[in-house]
Design a protein around this ligand. Structure first.
Ligand code: CTP
Length: 427
């Protein structure tokens, strides 16, 4: 595939060289379009050597090939990394005063912008308004990571790591391949801006001894997809993360936990001032009554070398039900539970879901079917979203990717927070 790598003038330009390598190593043709300021950070020979192609730097070179139009038109993907505040402003306004901004105006393929700047610049209303405009046009603006910036500053504004950007490029190329060329990019939304959302994800592990635990088959992928989608839609996201098979997304604050009790404590702490709790974690209902301080030996009973130990279990707290109880009559946080159901003699998946929603008292319940071949670790899922007080699901989604499901859950969350706002507003 043909990728255009735009580089704007920020210190993170050096990281774009690593992204270029990853793109080249996976077989893409890459044309690098650095701005004049980017070339002050990393020079043309670096881009030429790593891309194996001439570097397009201005609209006046090879004019007979009309580069200001051709480069954008022939791209399968354009990524700008880093995208400075200035570049975002130009792109939002549709300015075209150099080769990169011309390329952005002529591209009809997926476009990804990876902002990198100081926290103040990122949080400035002008920059946020530009991000809003760009996302509404279907451009993927990757939320910057938090961390060390140039100098001694830290905070949101750091360009995500090249390997994360590479993964986003691969996904966008795939999306571009499966979308009709004439179809405009779907508008991306920033409709959760201003909401503080806590997401729990992954499976808890309940220790038996220093090397063994009771665990479950949750991969954490659905919770992580929700956290990533919420951040992309502008929410401030705290992710309480138990054991997962995938890396957490950037742009969200992560608290790592292991057992159900740790998850309970971290979730309650993260909920301080939050508007929404999405409980996607698979919490163990039981834990060993006591944890052996040293590894339990196979022949633990000298009187009977073939004996197997019995492990006594005790109930873990129902974290979700406890948080619902403590919320009392307040409307915040809006609380979303998940129900993994197999269906049994006592009821269908939906019936069991309705009963669970009543029992737990949360506002929304996302019910999905689980089983040996279903859901756990797979990329496709089918869910029904139930709302308290209503019999029929407000949405039936799937089979679909966890991304699509994440957005459907967040649509329901957005509507539920609007309802709870109306309830809070005095008449
Ligand atoms: N949950 C929780 N604390 C627990 C168990 C579950 O907070 N100890 C949350 C999960 O994160 C999920 C919801 O409750 O959002 C439902 O989880 P599920 O395991 O389906 O429910 P259980 O109450 O354990 O019911 P069941 O008897 O069907 O296992």
């Amino acid at each position: 595939m043909h990728v255009v790598l735009g580089v704007a003038g920020g210190i993170a330009a050096y990281k774009a060289a690593l992204l270029l390598r990853l793109l080249k190593e996976s077989g893409h043709d890459v044309t690098v379009v650095p701005t004049a300021s980017a070339l002050r950070f990393v020079g043309e020979p670096t881009w030429a050597a790593l891309s194996g192609r001439p570097v397009a730097t201005d609209v006046w070179t090879d004019v007979h090939e009309v580069p200001h139009v051709r480069i954008g038109q022939s791209a399968d993907l354009v990524i700008v990394a880093p995208a400075t505040a200035d570049l975002l402003a130009k792109a939002a306004a549709g300015l075209a005063d150099d080769l990169l901004t011309n390329t952005l105006l002529t591209a009809r393929c997926p476009v990804v912008l990876a902002p990198a700047m100081h926290t103040e610049m990122w949080e400035h209303p002008a920059t946020q308004a530009n991000v809003e405009t760009l996302t509404s046009r279907g451009i993927h603006v990757v939320p910057p990571a938090s961390g060390r910036l140039t100098g001694v500053d830290t905070g949101p504004g750091r360009m995500p790591e090249p390997v994360d950007l590479f993964a986003i490029c691969q996904r966008e190329l795939e999306r571009g391949r499966t979308t009709e060329a004439a179809e405009p990019a779907p508008a991306r939304r920033r409709d959760l801006a201003g909401l503080r959302i806590v997401v729990t994800a992954g499976g808890t592990r309940e220790p038996i001894d220093p090397v063994r635990f009771l665990g479950n088959r949750s991969s954490g992928k659905q919770g992580i997809a929700i956290a990533a989608a919420a951040a992309e839609r502008g929410a401030q996201v705290r992710l309480v993360l138990a054991h997962v098979d995938v890396e957490p997304p950037h742009g969200v604050e992560v608290a790592r936990v292991s057992s159900a009790l740790e998850l309970q404590e971290a979730t309650r702490a993260a909920l301080e001032g939050a508007d929404v709790l999405i409980m996607a974690a698979a919490v163990a209902d039981f834990r060993p009554a006591s944890v052996a301080q040293s590894k339990i030996k196979k022949s633990h009973d000298p009187g009977d070398p073939d004996a197997a130990p019995s492990i006594e279990l005790v109930r873990n707290p129902d974290i979700l039900a406890g948080i619902v109880r403590d919320r009392g009559d307040e409307t915040r946080p809006v609380i979303v539970g998940f129900a993994a159901e197999t269906g049994d003699d006592s009821g269908s998946v939906l019936e069991l879901g309705r009963a669970k929603l009543l029992r737990k008292g949360c506002d929304l319940l996302v019910v999905n079917e689980v089983g040996v071949d279903k859901t756990f670790g797979l990329d496709e899922n089918t869910v029904h979203i139930l709302r308290r007080g209503e019999d029929d699901p407000i949405a039936d989604v799937g089979p679909a990717g966890k991304d699509v499901i994440a957005h459907a859950v967040l649509d329901a969350v957005r509507d539920a927070t609007a309802v709870s706002d109306t309830r809070r507003t005095p008449a």
